[in-house]
Design a protein around this ligand. Structure first.
Ligand SMILES: [Zn+2]
Length: 414
């Protein structure tokens, strides 16, 4: 008698086991294709740790759901020495999500497919009034227009706001740059507007820099980093985010990484938080324009005015150069403090901070190294964000998450 006492699986049992394994692999497989980490079926097979047959069945199921395309004719990838394999890519005509972003100067709506691909987008400029329902209504309506114009299927909606969003309620805790009341229930209002516009699927909301970091981690400059720190200034203020092993670190109630209120200049200007010399008021576009002796005009966003000023005049205008250096030094001081606390393996910078990095990367690295633990943090790579509209793409990631977690259930529900 052999020691093999395990009951032999019936043919039916085998099939069911393979289907269950296959179903469990649908989400991970979709995420691998979505983030560009499985360009072929062979890579997918290895990454999932399943048999070729299971990987083939999983890819076929995702294709049947309209989410990915499997190249029918296997070919070797460019430069590849390996065996030919079926190429996998997200379906260009597949479903989309509605992504929305509100900032100090207005809003932007977009339809975003898998792979972080912006299919259509519409900006809107308006004074963001004290009632969040007004601008959220406008941005959702702009998104609904894009959906009507393209005829694409929508499976969810995500919103990026320039404020910390407290969980689990989805409240914009400190929306000072858009004049909303503190604690505005932005997720509930957004979800209500999405439903009213006849758009299907769940609705989500989060802080814009958190979402930028998530998007960069999945599709941009943060790919492959395990402890990714993102610091960025958009139109007003400064935000930060941390992506740990692929997951956004949000703290116990969504409020982690409020880096804007690190003190980087003890004698600096008063901050709206009650302190003074915070990164928020010492290293944002308004701080740059003020330090350079410029009066900001109303016709362009502060971010664009600050970026334009550096790009056009840094080389020949000593006042602009001095202002740029002052901001780099303050930003470097803030980054050094964060590096000492968080020990990231990569830092990415967005908005005006990206422009500061592009303008003088050596100065920024030197300040961070000089001010951080044993100077070791000078070795942490500091890179520019690379995605256009990364907060919007991140808002789309929120909306895609249920599909990435369980494609069959999520798509059956909309
Ligand atoms: Zn402050």
């Amino acid at each position: 008698m052999s020691g093999n006492a395990a009951p032999r699986a019936t043919g039916e049992g085998n099939t069911r086991a393979r289907l269950d394994r296959g179903r469990g692999a649908l989400g991970p497989a979709l995420e691998l294709v979505h983030t560009g980490r499985a360009p072929t079926r062979a890579v997918l097979t290895t990454a999932l740790g399943v048999t070729r047959a299971t990987a083939g069945a999983v890819a076929a199921e995702l294709e049947a759901l309209g989410l990915i395309r499997v190249d029918a004719h296997p070919g070797a990838a460019a430069g590849s020495q390996g065996r030919p394999s079926h190429r996998l890519e997200v379906a260009e005509d597949g479903p989309v999500v509605l992504a929305a972003q509100v900032h100090a100067d207005g809003y932007r709506a977009a339809l975003v497919g898998l792979g972080g691909r912006i299919v259509a987008t519409a900006p809107g400029c308006e004074t963001v009034e004290a009632d969040p329902a007004k601008v959220l209504g406008s941005v959702v309506e702009a998104g609904a227009d894009l959906l009507r114009a393209t005829g694409l299927r929508c499976v969810g909606a995500g919103l990026a706001v320039p404020a910390a969003v407290a969980e689990p309620e989805g409240l914009a805790l400190n929306p000072m740059h858009v004049d909303w009341p503190a604690g505005s229930p932005v997720r509930e209002i957004f979800a209500e507007r999405v439903r009213a516009a006849g758009i299907e699927g769940p609705a989500f909301a989060a802080n814009d820099v958190n979402l930028a970091a998530l998007a960069e981690h999945r599709h941009g400059a943060g790919r492959g980093a395990r402890h990714l720190l993102c610091v960025a200034t958009g139109h007003r203020g400064v935000g930060g985010a941390l992506v740990l092993d692929g997951r956004l670190h949000t703290g116990s109630s969504g409020l982690a990484l409020e880096v804007g209120h690190l003190t980087v200049n003890p004698e600096g200007r008063p901050c709206h938080c009650g302190s003074r010399g915070c990164l928020d008021v010492e290293a944002d576009p308004l701080a740059l324009l003020t330090a350079a002796g410029r009066d900001p005009g109303p016709e362009l966003s502060l971010l664009q005015q600050a970026n334009d000023l550096i790009r056009a005049h840094h080389a020949e205008d000593p006042a602009v150069r001095a202002a740029t250096e002052a901001l780099i030094d303050r930003l470097g001081l803030g980054l050094a403090g964060l590096v000492n606390i968080l020990n990231p393996d990569r830092i990415i910078l967005g908005g005006l901070h990206r422009t500061l990095l592009d303008t003088d990367p050596d100065r920024l690295s030197a300040v961070v190294a000089d001010r951080s633990l044993w100077g070791r943090s000078g070795g942490v790579p500091i890179l520019p964000c690379t995605l256009d509209h990364n907060s919007l793409v991140g808002a789309a990631e929120l909306a895609w998450q249920p599909v990435l977690d369980d494609p069959l259930t999520a798509l059956a529900g909309v």
